[in-house]
Design a protein around this ligand. Structure first.
Ligand code: FAD
Length: 368
């Protein structure tokens, strides 16, 4: 069997990795768009605190986090250790005690089925500040030991490298699709067709553009995220937990004295790849209000990514009914670095004709 994967973000890389590990012939195409979401994603893997209640979405979010241990072990066995992955814990903080109580109840009800979250406990403001030193002094928190963070660009590159080591081919090229005798056919930018038994479209926010010639209106749009990277020179940050205030903003740290504050969620910007004054101000103000100890940090860069945002929260995963050999994975929105590796495994199972580990029928794409 021969599979072509269009788009090598976190999702397409995972599809390629899982197919190649099963001996399937894979060709992966990536156009390396500026704004690829996987390159900008913060990398928080901590589903248990979310306020989103959609059960089908949450099921994948939780399964994605659970899958990380296996994924990291499998990659490590193949010599891929540079993933920016760390089980550093997560710290949920709130100004309002009632809000923190509600968060604790929400988390406790979820972790009953998620031992990987660890022994969740309340922490005093002093302990919270000890865990995340730039934090304000007056914020009590909830500590979740199983929260983790990952560098999406390193993880996607590692999965792609492992796939290539197992025989997959990676090409940097634009692929388009055309309808030929009731089937989708993939075409390279020089006009040459790509032979494939299965085509997997994991083209993120750009997917609707390539699916349109097939007569499909694919409901995924770009949602711009601006995310600021700071450096606290000389400060050891690698073990700091992910910081989750009760807003849509958050902070996390990496090994190289790097602290990341995210992020804007901007709809209707199209593919406008610019750092804007209001985006930068929004993120910095939100971060400094919670962690004033970051005020003197150096701004290293602001990354821009286009989240693939669907109509609701639910991802789109599975075969397109009415068109043989076409599989779509998309709509991972703000949770794709958590869901993506697991969803890629499910899509690989579908391509191989196996029953996926999780029933994907609730996430099925619209028929052709
Ligand atoms: P992408 O990473 O966008 O990849 C799609 C790829 O397809 C691109 O490389 C593109 O070049 C390629 N492509 C498109 N069209 C074509 C074509 N015609 N031919 C060839 N190639 C093509 N998730 C979390 O779980 N935790 C977080 O903390 C988190 N934080 C985030 C913060 C920000 C600022 C952003 C933007 C996202 C965040 N996310 C987070 C979400 C996550 O990053 C995305 O959901 C995920 O990366 C989407 O992956 P993808 O593979 O679907 O798409």
């Amino acid at each position: 069997m021969r599979v072509v994967v269009i788009g090598a973000g976190i999702l397409g890389s995972s599809v390629a990795y899982h197919l190649a590990m099963n001996g399937i012939e894979v060709e992966v195409f990536d156009e390396v768009h500026q704004g690829k979401a996987t390159l900008a994603g913060a990398g928080i893997v901590c589903p248990w605190a979310t306020k989103v209640t959609d059960p089908e979405w949450y099921a994948l979010y939780a399964a994605g986090a659970r899958y990380y241990a296996d994924l990291v072990e499998g990659l490590t066995q193949r010599g891929e250790t540079d993933l920016g992955y760390g089980r550093v814990g997560a710290l949920v903080v709130a100004e309002d005690r009632k809000e923190l109580d509600a968060a604790e109840q929400r988390i406790q009800s979820r972790i009953a089925h998620a031992p990987e979250a660890g022994n969740v406990r309340r922490v005093s403001a002093a302990e919270a500040k000890r865990l995340f030193p730039p934090l304000r002094e007056d914020l009590d928190g909830i500590y979740i030991p199983g929260g983790s963070r990952v560098d999406g660009r390193l993880l996607a590159a590692a999965m792609t490298r492992a796939a290539v080591a197992a025989g997959a081919v990676l090409r940097h090229d634009h692929v388009s699709l055309e309808l030929r005798e009731g089937r989708a056919r993939a075409i390279r930018s020089d006009g040459s067709p790509i032979e494939a038994d299965e085509i997997v479209v994991t083209a993120g926010a750009w997917a609707s553009q390539i699916l349109r010639p097939l007569g499909m209106e694919h409901p995924v749009r770009p949602q711009r995220g601006q995310i600021v990277h700071l450096r606290l020179s000389g400060t050891e940050t690698r073990s700091w937990p992910v910081l989750l205030p009760m807003t849509s903003h958050y902070m996390l740290a990496f090994d190289d004295s790097r602290v990341v504050i995210g992020a804007t969620r901007e709809d209707n910007t199209g593919f406008d790849y610019r750092v804007t004054a209001s985006g930068q101000a929004e993120v910095l103000n939100a971060g400094l209000a919670i962690a004033p100890g970051l005020a003197s940090a150096t701004i290293i860069e602001t990354r821009i990514g286009f989240r693939p945002a669907g109509d609701g929260y639910k991802p789109i995963l599975g075969r397109v009914a009415g068109m043989d050999g076409l599989v779509i994975g998309n709509g991972l929105g703000a949770a794709g670095l958590t869901i993506g590796p697991y969803a890629g495994r499910l899509l690989a199972q579908i391509c191989m004709g196996e029953a996926p580990d999780t029933d994907t029928s609730p996430y099925a794409p619209a028929s052709a």
